[in-house]
Design a binder for this molecule. Structure first.
Ligand code: FAD
Length: 472
């Protein structure tokens, strides 16, 4: 007679422990950072933390999980902002940190093959080592991993010129929910032989399999850069300046980051050793980076551009970085913005994208709607204006309790989402869905879209092994 009390998952856990040995199982102090989301929003409660070192070991774990009723949550650098990497319901947490080899660097192909646990900064360095550029750049690049940036289809500050992660991946190696290994590590620029299956894993948030390695696109390294901080009257002026800068540089604008005075003031208040690049206070600013090949004479081009913009009343003032240190100081202001908000109390955060030309009107409409609900709300807007992607955050008003602010949060959310809909935008431009936006996408996407997504999930993962409760 079958033993009705026997739990097959316990057998599965024993098999995983035996397959990986003590080095491949994390506990205690080594495990603690993997269980905490960096802002403290979510806490992990996995049944086991597995740290495989090879693709074959990942495949073995997933196959055991599929056979024994276990679920798996993959984790990269644990820098995701929507909770997708947290194993909150007794899943096996699978960290990719030991899959950290650079497998092949091919400057003549302009390609790089790395394993999933290589950090973004290490991938950039591997490219630089052969005089090439891997252009994806985000504030968390020292910690986030290639498997994570693929699985979240990360964007960042260079999307305007090079695209987001989806544009930068040539091939993917992944372990499917059955435990089978799919070697899709082709380095082809052209391959029209059916569905482009790697796209399922890019932005897949670990729900369709575990990315174990990837072939990435490399580019020539820019020989010249110019970094400029400008003061502006309005987002509308920023839009005109963006267009002027793209025209004048022949597409040489690598980044165009918009920021309001409100967020810059919080950086100066909460982040040590930061200072204003431009005298006086202005309502808006933009950080612009141009890059080009050796012959571009960028500084002359930028000087003429700024003079023209000043004459056209598009900018009020400008500071051009005189050297790399000054450029790094400008970028530090931009990269400190998320951290600068943390000490300021409750926050409602939105990662919005709208068509680039609609950014000024979106900001006007959203601000008016939010202030109607919470007249003292502190609205913080900044981000990748060149991609139409604005981080639109509402901070707890000064002198109002966190609980009181939380009561207004639901109405604020409706107001912001309505403004996004009006401008045919997205409620998650680059941070993904995870657990934070799961119910929102189910409510807002077209029925046909949700059905196609569920059909893909059911076809690849009928047992629900991969990252349950995330995205779908
Ligand atoms: C300071 C800061 C700045 C940021 N700036 C930006 C920005 O400008 N642009 C932007 O797009 N994002 C930004 N992010 C968020 C961004 O999503 C992450 O930094 C990064 O893309 C996630 O990589 P990670 O390795 O940390 O993944 P994790 O956080 O560990 O995981 C993220 C998701 O991917 C899944 N996953 C991870 N590894 C794998 C794998 N190998 N196979 C399958 N699934 C996997 C996880 O299950 C989870 O669903 C920022 C985050 C921080 C903290």
């Amino acid at each position: 007679m079958a033993d009705m009390t026997h739990d097959p998952t316990a057998d599965g856990l024993d098999l995983i422990k035996a397959a990986l040995g003590p080095k491949g199982i994390l506990a205690g102090e080594a495990a603690a950072p993997l269980l905490r989301e960096w802002r403290g929003r979510w806490t992990g409660r996995p049944c086991l933390i597995a740290a495989p070192a090879t693709t074959a070991e990942v495949a073995r774990i997933v196959s055991i999980a599929a056979d024994h009723g276990l679920a798996i949550t993959p984790q990269g650098g644990n820098t995701g902002l929507v909770g997708g990497q947290m194993a909150m319901n007794g899943e096996v947490l699978l960290t990719l940190r030991r899959l950290n080899r650079v497998r092949k660097v091919s400057p003549l192909d302009n390609s790089l093959i790395v394993e999933a646990g290589v950090t973004l900064a290490e991938a950039q360095a591997a490219a630089a080592g052969v005089d090439r550029l891997f252009p994806l750049s985000i504030g968390s690049e020292g910690s986030c991993q290639i498997g994570g940036v693929i699985s979240t289809n990360a964007g960042g500050v260079n999307v305007l010129r090079y695209g987001n992660m989806r544009d930068l991946v040539l091939g993917v190696e992944a372990v499917l929910p059955s435990g089978e290994i799919w070697n899709g590590l082709k380095r082809l620029r052209k391959d029209n032989t059916g569905y482009d299956l790697k796209q399922l894993f890019i932005g897949g948030e670990g729900t369709l399999g575990v990315v174990t390695a990837a072939a990435l696109k490399l580019f020539p390294r820019p020989r010249e850069k110019s970094t400029v901080f400008v003061a502006l009257k309005s987002p509308d002026a920023a839009l005109k300046l963006l267009s002027r800068a793209q025209d004048a540089s022949g597409g040489g604008v690598t980044s165009f980051e918009l920021m309001s005075r409100a967020i810059l003031a919080l950086v100066f208040k909460n982040i040590p050793d930061t200072r204003d690049p431009i005298a006086g206070e202005h309502p808006w600013y933009a950080l612009i980076e141009f890059s080009a090949g050796r012959e571009a004479r960028l500084s002359a081009l930028v000087e003429t551009l700024l003079e023209d913009a000043l004459r056209a009343d598009e900018i009020a003032d400008a500071a051009v970085a005189a050297n790399e240190k000054q450029a790094a100081d400008f970028w530090r202001l931009r990269h400190s913005m998320a951290a600068a908000m943390v000490p300021e109390g409750g926050q409602a955060k939105y990662d919005v994208s709208v068509p680039v030309a609609s950014v000024p009107d979106f900001l006007g409409a959203a601000d008016a709607a939010v202030l109607k609900i919470a007249p003292k709300a502190r609205i913080i807007a900044f981000g990748h204006m060149g991609d139409g992607n604005i981080h639109y955050d509402i901070l707890q008003p000064v002198g109002i309790a966190r609980e009181e602010f939380a009561q207004a949060a639901a109405a604020i959310e409706v107001a912001v989402y309505d403004a996004i809909d009006r401008f045919e935008g997205s409620i998650s431009a680059e941070h993904g869905v995870g657990v934070a936006r799961r119910e929102d996408i189910a409510r807002r996407k077209q029925r046909a879209e949700m059905e196609m997504m569920r059909a893909v999930k059911n076809a690849l993962d009928p047992k629900g092994v991969m990252n349950p409760g995330k995205m779908l």
